[in-house]
Write a protein that binds this ligand. Sequence first.
Ligand SMILES: Nc1nc2c(ncn2[C@@H]2O[C@H](COP(=O)(O)OP(=O)(O)OP(=O)(O)O)[C@@H](O)[C@H]2O)c(=O)[nH]1
Ligand SMILES: [K+]
Ligand SMILES: [Mg+2]
Length: 367
Amino acid sequence: MATTVDKIKAVEEEMAKTQKNKATSFHLGQLKAKLAKLKRELLTPSSSGGGGGVGFDVARTGVASVGFIGFPSVGKSTLMSRLTGQHSEAAAYEFTTLTTVPGQVLYNGAKIQMLDLPGIIQGAKDGKGRGRQVIAVAKTCHLIFIVLDVNKPLTDKRIIENELEGFGIRVNKEPPNIKITKKDKGGISITSTVALTHIDNDEIKAVMNEYRMANCDIAIRCDATIDDLIDVIEAKARAYIPVIYALNKIDAISIEELDLLYRIPNACPISSEHGWNVDELMEQMWEKLKLKRIYTKPKGKLPDYSAPVVLRSGRDTVEDFCNAIHKTIVEQFRIAIVYGRSVKHQPQRVGLTHVLEDEDIITIIKK
Ligand SMILES: Nc1nc2c(ncn2[C@@H]2O[C@H](COP(=O)(O)OP(=O)(O)OP(=O)(O)O)[C@@H](O)[C@H]2O)c(=O)[nH]1
Ligand SMILES: [K+]
Ligand SMILES: [Mg+2]
């Protein structure tokens, strides 16, 4: 019997043979959906040849985690030791690091977990080396540092991105603005608020057909591609994760070369060995993580600026704040008084569902 990897290869070959035009768009849509389903099968731990993060995952600490991904010997472990003080074995030979090594940094009062990971190689997503387990850990992180050696070709960047993409990670991207609502009958109806330049209705219908979704309303609010549509259907298998390219070993290049590196978006040139520009890397990390520092002000006293409660965006309501301090607080909660960017009036009384912003000051009034 053909393995999932064989089936993927067959579909990819057929796609390569098929020219994209009006007559083939239904067929191509079907193939793309087939491919996405096969890839999910490959990555689901229970299926044959699958690989989850089991064995490579470690206990999570702190408010957010950052995973280090890169080819062997680009300097991930040197960076880890530099940032966290947690020693992670570094050496001139490849695959020095064989498992996840956790460490922690305290930045702006937030405890952030750093995960040094083994190096991956091209083809990792298809099961080469232990790449799948490594990428599975990265998929659960809130931010990924793609570490690159600036002495190596810049095409490495694209190769690593492909590996992550193939594992369902979407790099520096928001989920596509497409809403699919299932119905009992009535077939497929497609509405779009912008002109669709990449897909036609035939293709969309082919994908929905392949997923056995015969009745649904599809509202498209972006110039989506067929891959975007599939990403929305496969939402459970996708992770939208911010990435910073840590361009390491800049001590080995010239100033002219360094100037070019500064033009790459989402990149931060560094030298792990010498500690050059790692402050900048930490600043970029802070921006990408979008954490919110909430200062507590005991009634009638000054706010405590020394130890903020740090929340992640999306889990940033007054209720989340209460739970971050102690589970029982919500039961005794009457009202909160908030100063800062999240409120119009300074101060303002708010309830549990109110969304807080970075550097808000809060007083909890109990029943
Ligand atoms: N010149 C220079 N060398 C560096 C720098 N950072 C790391 N190295 C060297 O690169 C080699 C590999 O470093 P590691 O930290 O072990 O790299 P790694 O990515 O963790 O490697 P694996 O765990 O094997 O995947 C070592 O010889 C380091 O001394 C740097 O900023 N500049
Ligand atoms: K190494
Ligand atoms: Mg290492």
